[in-house]
Design a protein around this ligand. Structure first.
Ligand SMILES: NC(=O)c1ccc[n+]([C@@H]2O[C@H](COP(=O)([O-])OP(=O)(O)OC[C@H]3O[C@@H](n4cnc5c(N)ncnc54)[C@H](O)[C@@H]3O)[C@@H](O)[C@H]2O)c1
Length: 294
């Protein structure tokens, strides 16, 4: 079976490679040609536009930065909907605002194309391992039809509700991750300033109630001073923007999210937008003039 893949960045490349490993044919497109070349080396077929991808494939996956990119790739000139046949399925795996997922689904429906939103959690390491957590919004019959494809890239795929519910779930995920990185940064700065080795603090508390997947993934990076992305600060700003906007729409105040958003904005203003989000620790390092290191 042929699957179209549009958006071959940090996440898209390894996800497309896992589809190839699972035996699917992959037709690949990205606005950056080197990104297409990188997966063509592993057996994907190149395409010249999103339209061309959709002409060749019944199932099309998008993995793009944000809503405007998805709208452009799907509804824009030379986009998916110019090439897709009736009955095709669009799986948008990008993290975007839920109301934009619904807008894309409506445009798809008008052309007889089925759509689900299926953003992921787990970052580049789990994209490489094929163990992403996938949160899905859409109709059950469409979810069932593409379940095996999703499971070639992830270790779980949960249908959370109608279109948009996948991205609402992802926003909840991104709040937990951002606040958790800020919490561990604040706590590890305290111990560092107090003269207790942060490596020992990590060893001592990671198995207790304070331990978390976030702590296990991000504290080793912080202790090594390795802020190579991973998940970029600028992408997390995008997600918290979508979360705050959605929170206002549905009447859910997000005071802690707003504080961490300002920390991210500060880091962006200091040229750290392309760093991994573990660089939230750098905000605390600037406040104190002390680095959290082994
Ligand atoms: N990186 C992570 O750890 C991570 C984890 C979970 C979810 N996500 C989400 O997954 C999505 C992708 O993230 P990423 O880290 O791979 O981003 P990225 O910036 O590395 O990749 C995005 C790719 O999309 C391409 N692109 C942009 N507009 C396009 C268009 N109109 N047509 C075709 N290609 C286009 C870019 O050239 C780029 O290669 C984002 O929504 C992000 O929030 C990322």
């Amino acid at each position: 079976m042929k699957i179209g893949f549009i958006g071959l960045g940090i996440m898209g490349k390894p996800m497309a490679r896992n589809l190839l490993k699972a035996g699917y044919e992959v037709v690949a497109y990205d606005i950056v040609k080197e990104n297409i070349d990188a997966v063509v080396k592993d057996g994907a077929k190149p395409a010249n536009s999103s339209k061309e991808v959709a002409e060749q494939c019944k199932v099309i996956i998008t993995m793009l930065p944000n809503g405007p990119h998805v709208l452009e790739a799907v509804t824009g000139k030379d986009g998916v909907l110019e090439g897709a046949k009736e009955g095709s399925i669009l799986i948008d795996m990008s993290s975007i605002a839920p109301h934009v997922s619904q807008q894309v689904a409506k445009a798809c429906e008008e052309k007889g194309v089925k759509m689900i939103d299926a953003p992921v959690s787990g970052g580049e390491p789990k994209a490489i391992d094929g163990t992403l957590s996938i949160m899905v919004g859409g109709k059950k019959e469409v979810f069932d039809e593409v379940y095996d494809i999703l499971m070639a890239m992830g270790s779980s795929a949960v249908l959370c509700g109608d279109v948009g519910a996948g991205n609402t779930t992802k926003l909840a995920n991104q709040i937990v991750v951002a606040l958790n990185i800020a919490a561990v940064s604040e706590a590890f700065m305290l111990s560092t300033r107090a003269g207790v080795d942060p490596q020992k603090v990590f060893e001592a508390i990671r198995g207790g109630l304070a331990g978390s997947t976030v702590m296990d993934a991000k504290i080793p990076m912080i202790l090594d001073g390795n802020f190579k992305p991973g998940f970029k600060i600028d992408l997390h700003i995008k997600d918290l923007n979508n979360a705050i906007e959605t929170g206002h729409d549905v009447g859910a105040p997000l005071p802690l999210t707003a504080i961490v958003m300002e920390i991210l904005q500060n880091l962006h203003a200091h040229g750290c937008g392309q760093d991994d989000h573990s660089a939230i620790a750098k905000y605390y390092e600037k406040l104190t003039g002390t680095e959290i290191r082994k």
